[in-house]
Each structure stands twice: as C-alpha cells, then as structure tokens.
Design a protein around this ligand. Structure first.
Ligand SMILES: C[S@@+](CC[C@H](N)C(=O)[O-])C[C@H]1O[C@@H](n2cnc3c(N)ncnc32)[C@H](O)[C@@H]1O
Length: 264
C-alpha cells in the first residue's frame, strides 16, 4: 500500500485515518453493533449480500466466513478499497467476497439483486432518504435491509455538537431513532426493529473489544512511530472524547415489502 505523505494524513477524515493506522472496525458500536446486526440479518448460506460503504471489509469477510454467504462489498473511497482488497486476499476469501467501487446514492446493480443489504455507518454522510431508497431498490422483495447509524444518546452540549459535527465530521447529519425509523419506512421497509447502544469506537474499552490486544498494540506502535500519525491522533482524541458521552448508535433492521404490498 502506498505510504501517505504527512500532508495527506493531516487531510484524512477520521475514518480513513483509522483505516490507515490499521483499525479494522470503523463504526460506532463496534463489533457489538455488528453482532446485533448479524442477529437481525439472519444470514443463510449462499445468500447474496451487499455491504455498502464496506470500509476495510471486516464485516464482509466475517459474513462470508461465518455464514457462507456471497458478499459484494462496495465503497466510494479508493483508500478503503485498497485496504479492503488486501484484507480479503489475506483472509483468502476472494471468491465469496467481491470488492468494488460504488456510491450508495447510485449503485450499479439492477433492481432486486440481493437477499440482504447492509450499510454500517454510511448513510449519515450523504442524502439519507436517497441512500435508503437505493438500498431498498437493489434488494429483492422480502429481503432484509440493515443499517447502523450515529445518533445522540442524550442531548449534546452546544460545544460537543460543534466539535463533533463542525470539526471532527463536518457535513455529517444525525437523526433521532424515530427519524431514522421514518427514513427507512419511507424508503419502503416494513417490520422495523432497532437496537441501540453507546459509541465506544474510540474509548479504550471499545478499542480493545474491537481490535484485541495484539492489534491494539500494533496500532499504538504505528501512531507513536510516525509524527504525522501522532499529530493527527493528538488532534482527534480530545475532540472525540468531548463528544463520546453524548454519542450512540442505532441498528435499524427491516424487510423490503413483498411485491404485492409495494407502494405505487
Ligand atoms: C464510518 S466508515 C464505516 C466503514 C465500514 N462500514 C465499517 O463499519 O467499518 C464510512 C464508510 O462509508 C464510505 N462512504 C462514504 N460515503 C460513501 C458513499 N457515498 N458511497 C459508498 N461509501 C461511502 C467511506 O468511504 C467509509 O468507508
């Protein structure tokens, strides 16, 4: 993988930076949220699964290995795609997992292509209603559609809100659980269910749970031995920590209406 310059590292968004330092789980709620999503998804062998905004393909690889599903994993970022491809090859799952470029707002797949579609921490970066409709469009009638989304667990202080949405993730949009449910209902999902929990992505406990001790130490080594990484982390961590008490995630799960019930 190409070594990024100090200037490129400075300009990375927090999620791409996490990928660069070797983090594998890059969404709020971490592996706990992914396990909640798996329980609702009820994957079967040979299911056609689409993972949109796959990041470094951690979830896609697990779905293929654990459930025997065929996974197409797409992301808009070349940096994520490069790491996703490397991880898939290292895990020797390049047959059941296909990695390709894709935009959640305009997927290349025909209508009704997948048995299950997931998007972990992606729609809040784009126009949410349109993204939800696109996830539904590529799902077959009756398919399961699941998304992990950021939310405020409790009302943030003005300072915490400004730091997170103004500085750490400029342009990101949050909604309440009810709003997220409405977005997915409006896109055509039925039988909606939700699970929620705290943020934990960058807390010491969440880091350890998601990455394990060996990877956590390797990541710390990568941060400490490159000044550009250290500088970025020193900027990011205090800002993240000020927002963490208010942040959470919600996993929204539902089904695409069978054709006979579909809206006009
Ligand atoms: C917070 S990360 C989540 C990554 C991964 N789903 C995970 O849980 O580890 C958000 C991901 O969404 C991707 N992304 C952002 N906008 C996108 C878009 N319009 N279409 C597809 N992927 C997008 C980013 O490149 C990034 O990989």
């Amino acid at each position: 993988m190409r070594r990024l310059s100090g200037r490129e590292i400075e300009q990375l968004d927090p999620y791409a930076f996490m990928a660069v330092i070797g983090k594998r789980v890059i969404h709020p709620g971490g592996r706990i949220a992914t396990e909640q999503l798996f329980r609702r998804a009820d994957f079967h062998e040979d299911d056609r699964v689409l993972d949109v905004g796959c990041g470094v393909a951690t979830t896609a690889i697990t779905i293929a290995r654990r459930f025997g599903a065929k996974v197409t994993a797409v992301d808009i970022s070349p940096l994520m795609l490069e790491r996703a491809q490397a991880n898939v090859q290292a895990a020797k799952v390049d047959d059941p997992v296909a990695i390709e470029e894709g935009d959640i707002l305009s997927l290349r797949f025909p209508n009704e292509s997948f048995d299950c579609v997931i998007a972990e921490a992606v729609t809040m970066f784009v126009e949410r209603g349109r993204a939800a409709q696109e996830l539904v469009r590529v799902s077959r009638p009756g398919a399961r559609i699941l998304a992990t989304e950021f939310m405020w667990r409790r009302p943030p202080t003005a300072a915490a809100r400004e730091i997170f949405l103004g500085q750490v993730c400029p342009g990101m949009r949050f909604d309440t659980v009810d709003d997220w449910v409405r977005i997915y209902e409006n896109a055509g999902l039925i039988n909606l269910q939700v699970d929620d929990g705290p943020f934990e992505l960058m807390t010491p406990r969440g880091f350890l749970q998601d990455e394990g001790l060996a990877r956590m130490l390797a990541i710390m080594g990568r941060v400490l031995t490159r000044p550009a990484h250290l500088k970025k982390m020193a900027w990011l961590m205090p800002r993240m920590q000020s927002a963490v008490p208010y942040l959470g995630y919600v996993v929204v799960a539902g089904e695409k209406q069978p054709s006979s019930q579909a809206r006009a």
